[in-house]
Design a protein around this ligand. Structure first.
Ligand SMILES: CC(C)(COP(=O)(O)OP(=O)(O)OC[C@H]1O[C@@H](n2cnc3c(N)ncnc32)[C@H](O)[C@@H]1OP(=O)(O)O)[C@@H](O)C(=O)NCCC(=O)NCCS
Length: 210
């Protein structure tokens, strides 16, 4: 499948989403990989992770970059050599990235019932606005909240941040497609604006520092 979707957020951010329907071999043949990336792909334990990684290189090509333009810091955070900001996510059938002039984090999550069983590990104040019945709305909102916290973490990237204790998501409705969040960690208070959208059975979340 080619590019699934591409859209702009404001004047200076582009989001690219890939639906992974290709085989490993097809993806592998169509992208350039640096030696270090080749080693990474060969060491990945799951085919799904390998395809996610390769499909991100397809997205880089869509955005006018290649694996040669991407490097990682010691925490695994990706960077572009031209100084633009990038965030990456992949989950089973989809991958996505955002390229932006502003600091941004992106996360893709599959909507699944399993989230009900881990909800208490990462949510706290959000229970005030979540529906009591653990049905579709609960699953979707909990998935958005998880995605927001992952996206904020990708921006802040500091050891010790707890999703439950340090990141709070403000009330929202699924139809809004947006919300905001706050990080309170080690004497810092930072606010984030958030956009999300449903992509098939997944939810893609993008956070920007305000
Ligand atoms: C690093 C982390 C944010 C990755 O998120 P994920 O949902 O597992 O995976 P995603 O596919 O969405 O994102 C993976 C991408 O994030 C990027 N990434 C990895 N580490 C990163 C970091 N420290 N900061 C920012 N981005 C990072 C990479 O680009 C990676 O993909 P790539 O290596 O193939 O290029 C996540 O594993 C993590 O450590 N989260 C915080 C830990 C935590 O508190 N978890 C649970 C609390 S209840």
């Amino acid at each position: 499948m080619p590019l699934y979707k591409k859209f702009n957020i404001g004047q200076s951010a582009q989001v690219y989403i890939w639906q992974i329907t290709e085989s490993f071999e097809d993806l592998f043949d169509e992208v350039y990989l640096k030696d270090i990336s080749l080693v990474r792909v060969n060491n990945m334990k799951s085919l799904s992770h390998q395809k996610g990684f390769l499909s991100v290189r397809k997205l880089l090509q869509e955005a006018g970059y290649s694996d040669a333009d991407l490097f990682y810091d010691e925490t695994g955070k990706p960077n572009l050599i031209d100084g633009k900001l990038i965030s990456i996510t992949h989950s089973f059938e989809f991958s996505a990235l955002i390229i932006s002039q502003q600091v941004a984090g992106i996360d893709l999550e599959m909507q699944r019932e399993k989230i009900i069983t881990i909800a208490e590990k990462y949510m706290d104040t959000e229970y005030d606005f979540l529906p009591k019945e653990k049905e579709l709305d609960f699953i979707q909102k909990s998935t958005v909240i998880w995605g927001v916290k992952e996206s904020v973490f990708k921006i802040e990237n500091q050891v010790g941040i707890s999703f439950k204790e340090h990141i709070s998501v403000f009330p929202f409705e699924m139809a809004d497609g947006k919300t905001s969040a706050i990080l309170t960690f080690e004497n810092q208070v930072k606010e984030f604006k958030v956009q999300f959208e449903i992509v098939e059975n997944y939810i893609v979340v993008v956070a920007f520092e305000k």
